[in-house]
Design a protein around this ligand. Structure first.
Ligand code: 5GP
Ligand code: ZN
Length: 107
């Protein structure tokens, strides 16, 4: 999607700090972290605007995202626990409408 911030980040049109990736998923540091570790995980393709738009065929990339999240949590030393959060809609605080998950920990 041409005017999507996260599509531009995947395309490297906007710089980001990578943390990990798979063929389907890109993970990078949040520009305004609200936890000591605050990483965003997104599908490289603009597959949905939020978790409110998912269907049963979204299983494979979602599984990839959760496996990568656990690998990053281990790499970041989040042994005491971590959160994986997705906001759906402006009332929940969603500001970027390319589905993404916040991996947070390290308190
Ligand atoms: P949301 O509020 O939609 O759930 O989360 C969007 C997140 O994207 C926010 O935590 C915000 O700090 C982050 N963000 C916004 N613009 C940029 C950017 O240009 N680069 C990076 N790395 N993160 C961004
Ligand atoms: Zn997008």
């Amino acid at each position: 999607m041409t005017d999507c911030l996260f599509c531009k980040i995947v395309a490297k049109e906007i710089p980001s700090t990578p943390v990990g990736e798979t063929d389907l998923i890109y993970a990078f540091r949040d520009i305004a972290p609200t936890a000591p570790t605050h990483v965003l995980l997104i599908p490289k393709e603009h597959l949905a605007s939020s978790a409110g738009d998912l269907g049963s065929d979204d299983g494979p990339w979602m599984a990839d995202l959760f496996v990568l999240a656990a690998q990053i949590a281990a790499d970041e030393g989040l042994d005491d626990g971590w959160r994986l959060i997705t906001n759906v809609g402006p009332a929940a605080g969603q500001t970027v409408f390319h589905i993404h998950f916040h991996l947070m920990g390290g308190w």
